[in-house]
Unconditional design. Structure first.
Length: 67
């Protein structure tokens, strides 16, 4: 093998490794975004559930007070 062929192989390996690393980073970023969106939706659902519970509690207390 000549020096030119070895340098081509080294450059090709560097490009392939760089592409693999970029692909892994993109997948990790996507997973992070999906996880953040899930946590945000879960937080909104919990807050809405708490608001509904408080409204129900006050409505129930008002109904029981009138008796």
């Amino acid at each position: 093998m000549s020096t030119k062929q070895i340098s081509r192989i080294v450059v090709l390996l560097a490009v392939v490794i760089s592409c693999v690393v970029l692909l892994v980073k993109l997948i990790q970023g996507t997973a992070g975004i999906v996880g953040s969106i899930f946590n945000t939706i879960l937080g909104i659902v919990v807050v809405l559930a708490l608001v509904i519970i408080v409204i129900w509690m006050f409505a129930y207390a008002k109904k029981m007070r009138k008796k």
